[in-house]
Design a binder for this molecule. Structure first.
Ligand code: ASP
Length: 410
């Protein structure tokens, strides 16, 4: 008998409570509208509690993960697996998005005039160029990077710190590794305390999301919205489970159930980074993925692996081109595949960041970025859906790596 049947793969009724609170929150928001915002501080407080733990959690988890991987060969082997899986699922997501948008043509007949639109894309905070993203990965001051919440820089610092720790002499090495392991244990304890407030937090967050969802705009660009929702569902319900099963031979339904708290948190917070503590907790407690794997795979995945965002960006780019009557040829579609992979890597794992990086794709295919005005208003709920897909991708990679490293077997 394998350890997969021995591990718990729990779907506790805590998940039922959370789902119930999401539904009650949605109901309250629809009945009371803006007056329901009186409950939104519950969501804000919960988000702040989650954010409070993220920087120290990443520092301790990535460093202790790298030290427990130990030698550079294993680190390299895991790195190759992780990146291979990230790339595969992101490209599949983009292909799903592109095929659907070409098939359904949601932008045909909308006639959006960029000239007459007052929207100025420079009002969006400007995206970093991709070279910039790589340069900013290396912190000139790690303490400042932590204080500023520069997550990629923090991950880079934690990885090199972990590698350096493995190179020093035995006595201090053991003591320092122990220190980081204890630090990680402590952060996970703190995380579990915070997660106890998840049912209350999602109630406030969902009210906020629904009241500010821009539902009126659905009449105009509902078909665009539906195209993305269908694309994300295909990726979430068909593609990811198939890829997951072919790599792990584990029943995806069990995995999806065990991850349910993380999915609901992603849905209500719209941030993969904010969801990270919950994702880690589900993988560790419900599935039995080791600290070594989850510490290495998840922070990196939350920051650079975004299947849902990549799919969304591909659909949005083609949709905007369709609304201004531009036909995109094969070359432009291939450019979208490439830039969407890169843009999703560069997208910060926070609410609404996917729209900002969309500018890069639009510029690459010469579509005016002012077209973003059309889709901004309905972004919130799409953001919730794509964040669930992003977190699912990260969690699947972690289980696939754990399974290939023999962690989930006897
Ligand atoms: N909100 C998404 C995430 O955190 C990023 C995006 O805007 O697409 O994963």
């Amino acid at each position: 008998m394998t350890a997969i049947t021995q591990t718990t793969w729990t779907f506790t009724c805590k998940a039922c409570t959370i789902i119930r609170n999401v539904l009650v929150g949605a109901f309250v928001a629809m009945i009371f509208g803006e007056r329901a915002l009186i409950f939104s501080p519950l969501g804000t407080i919960f988000m702040k509690l989650l954010k409070m733990v993220i920087v120290p959690l990443i520092l301790f988890s990535v460093t202790s993960g790298v030290t427990s991987i130990g030698d550079s060969n294993t680190l390299g082997r895991m790195g190759v697996k992780v990146f291979g899986y990230y790339m595969l699922t992101s490209i599949l997501a983009i292909l799903v998005g592109l095929s659907l948008t070409n098939l359904l043509q949601p932008g045909k007949g909308i006639n959006f005039s960029v000239d007459s639109n007052k929207f100025d894309p420079s009002t969006l905070s400007q995206p970093n160029s991709l070279a910039d993203v790589i340069i900013r990965m290396i912190p000139s001051n790690p303490i400042k990077a932590m204080a500023d919440g520069e997550i990629l820089a923090l991950i880079f610092w934690s990885i090199v710190l972990g590698i350096a720790i493995t190179q020093i002499s035995d006595k201090p090495k053991k003591a320092i590794i122990k220190g980081f392991d204890y630090g990680f244990e402590l952060m996970m304890k703190l995380t579990q305390g915070i997660i106890a407030f998840l049912p209350i937090g999602v109630f406030g967050l969902i009210i906020n999301a629904i009241v500010n969802s821009g539902i009126d705009l659905f009449k105009v660009i509902g078909f665009y919205w539906i195209t993305i929702a269908i694309g994300l569902s295909i990726h979430w319900l068909i593609i990811l489970p198939l890829v997951f099963y072919s790599f792990t031979k584990i029943n995806p339904i069990k995995h999806w159930k065990a991850m349910s708290s993380a999915f609901i948190t992603a849905f209500s917070t719209s941030t993969s980074l904010g969801t990270l503590p919950v994702t880690m907790n589900c993988l560790k407690k419900n599935i039995g993925v080791s600290n070594k794997t989850s510490s290495f795979v998840l922070p990196l995945g939350a920051t650079i692996n975004m299947d849902g965002t990549a799919l969304y960006q591909a659909v949005a780019a083609v949709f905007i081109a369709q609304t201004i009557g531009m036909d995109l040829g094969l070359g432009a579609q291939l450019t979208i595949v490439l830039t969407a992979v890169l843009a999703s890597i560069g997208t910060a794992a926070v609410p609404g960041a996917g729209v900002i990086m969309l500018v890069i794709i639009l510029e690459a295919i010469s579509v005016p970025s002012a077209g973003i005005a059309l889709i901004l208003g309905v972004d919130r709920i799409l953001d919730m859906l794509r964040t669930v897909t992003n977190v699912t991708g990260d969690a699947s990679v972690a289980v696939a790596v754990a399974s290939s490293e023999g962690e989930l077997k006897n």
